[in-house]
Design a binder for this molecule. Sequence first.
Ligand code: 5AD
Ligand code: SF4
Length: 359
Amino acid sequence: MSNVNLLNLIDKLSGGYSIERNEWRSLLTMGDEESRMMLMQRAAEVKELRFGRGVFVRGLIEISSYCRNNCNYCGLRCANREARRYRLSKEQILDCCREGASLGFNTFVLQGGEDPAQNDAWMADVVRSIKKEFPQKAVTLSVGERSTEAYRMFLDAGADRYLLRHETRDDEHYARLHPSAMSAAERRHCLFTLKRLGFQTGSGMMIGSPWQTIDNIIDDILFLEELNPQMIGTGPFIPASGTPMADFPPGSPDLTILVVSLLRLRFPDALIPATTALASLHPEGMEQAVLAGANVVMPNLSPFRVREMYSIYNNKKSYGSESAQNLIELENKLKAIGHYIDYGRGDYVEHSKTSEANV
Ligand code: 5AD
Ligand code: SF4
């Protein structure tokens, strides 16, 4: 792409304007290194203006590897006989929070498969207990599709945020990635409900999932414009053994990083994680995502004995700088790229009103 064209598109995006589908396509398919670097640099500037060089940390607690769903890409799908299953008790989760609190975390993310044993009432009780002991800390849930009543219960119990990726906006593509019992429309319905109820809501998609096209990614971005979530998580697809997609190639780290930059330009206020999937696939994935505009990392705070069991894809990282117990290593990696850990709660704050006004 010519520099003039690229700068023009970057200006439109950072001015809070949307761009046309063909303009998204030309950005997403930019082949030349120079253009990609320019885009990443601009995204990094937008992030720095808005957030400085701090990166928020969230303690990730993987509460159950049981799942009633059967997503074709995920190692935890119920039909996967190779998957090792566990679920944490309330007391074990509270212990993780206590450890997280002593390490300096101010957000706990409770993530799990859709485990029928961890039902709505149980979940609400866990949230209530965490908030009772740690009233100042943020609690994020990532426990799948639930009823509106359940979401309301979680909110009443004190949950602050909810992560639920839309995975792909395209209904047909969604149907190829999921069993017929699941639907893209239901996923979107849950997301709009979460947002309406008042959760800081996170969505997102995998990059390079089987059969994904560039137009699918554009549809994903257009859907995110519609939802306008507070958090956006994107990581590369990584094959998971024991699933129907075990032999598909992984998504491209470069494309994932490009998408992170574009999301930062279009959603300047959003909390955008450098995902574990990217770090698992690429040795400098975390650093590259941060340099491309990501401003959150989610170190693993699950009990050590279960970490290997929460295997949504192959070779998922949970030690080293991906471990909550190793913030020093994370701090060093961030320092090497001119960043530091921001231990604040990192709630969403809308600054760029223009991004809404100009859609
Ligand atoms: N590769 C990458 N990401 C995956 N997820 C599930 N399976 C995989 C995989 N094989 C992602 C989904 C889900 C999130 C918790 O993990 O996007 O929403
Ligand atoms: Fe279950 Fe989530 Fe995996 Fe789907 S992606 S099988 S809902 S844990």
